[in-house]
Design a protein around this ligand. Structure first.
Ligand SMILES: C[S@@+](CC[C@H](N)C(=O)[O-])C[C@H]1O[C@@H](n2cnc3c(N)ncnc32)[C@H](O)[C@@H]1O
Length: 250
């Protein structure tokens, strides 16, 4: 699948530009050691480690992490890479700052799975640890678009050097499950088209706050973007920073 092919992922030109500076500020504020869940190819993990932080990156995809390992080795930075599912992990220690950036929580499809992930996170926190997650603020105008239409998405240079890859997308949203199935059509330089489907479970603002709260966290801040502006209805993001409620996790 193209979406989670580490080399293609890094070649794509649509990553947020200002999230790395945001996460660096958070890590400076909350301290080491740091655990990034769904670290992918180390887009954020590697700059944090380069800045001198002690960082562990966990991801389920070997392709994404192998790309991360190659880049970290080339830059001479030391990162603890863990191949695991963020819904079921035990690293046997506590971290000062744990975060799930860049909409990765949108890949969690059910409430039970998000709760399993939050249980694992809480087990790796101390009283003074902080946990942060960063998801879309759902936009009904995008979710409810005509599923038969294709929209421009992005384009990037084929990492195998063949030319430009153009991506268009369509989406089908099911309001009952809150799952948005995004169909990405990769038009390859040789004229073929490959389709990658991506499941994006929407977490609505009050729902997200309630899930976090009723799973043992206390929200300290909720930002609407990487500039740390307060969350509002029209914010592009929901970035929630929390601590474990009532001290140490279970
Ligand atoms: C949007 S990418 C984000 C990667 C990286 N954090 C970044 O900002 O570039 C989403 C990542 O979530 C990972 N992922 C999806 N489901 C996962 C799971 N259940 N456990 C761990 N990682 C998962 C994917 O393998 C992928 O690397």
């Amino acid at each position: 699948m193209f979406y989670y092919d580490g080399r293609h992922y890094d070649s794509r030109e649509m990553h947020p530009e200002n999230d790395i500076a945001f996460w660096e500020r958070q890590v400076r504020r909350h301290g080491d050691p740091v655990l990034e869940l769904a670290c992918g190819t180390g887009r954020i993990t590697i700059p944090l480690a380069r800045a001198g932080h002690s960082v562990t990156g966990l991801d389920i995809s070997a392709s994404m992490m192998n790309q991360g390992r190659r880049k970290a080795a080339a830059q001479g930075v030391d990162i603890g890479w863990v191949e695991a599912d963020f819904r079921d992990f035990d690293l046997g220690g506590a971290y000062s700052f744990i975060f799930i950036p860049d909409n990765s929580v949108n890949h969690i499809e059910t409430l039970e799975d998000l709760e399993a992930c939050l249980r694992c996170v809480r087990r790796h926190m101390r009283e003074d640890s902080r946990f942060a997650l960063d998801v879309f603020n759902p936009r009904l105008d995008i979710l409810l678009r005509d599923p038969s239409k294709r929209y421009p998405h992005s384009s990037y240079d084929d990492p195998d050097g063949g030319g430009r890859i153009e991506i268009t997308e369509s989406n089908v949203y099911d309001p009952a499950t809150q799952i948005n199935t995004v169909r990405l059509y990769y038009r390859l330089p040789d004229g073929r088209t490959e389709r990658s489907d991506l499941i994006c479970r929407m977490w609505f603002p009050q729902e997200l706050d309630a899930v976090v709260k009723y799973n043992g966290f206390e929200i300290e801040s909720k930002y609407g973007d990487y500039d740390e502006s307060p969350f509002r209805g029209d914010s592009p993001k929901q970035i929630v920073i929390c601590k474990a409620a009532g001290g140490q996790g279970p």
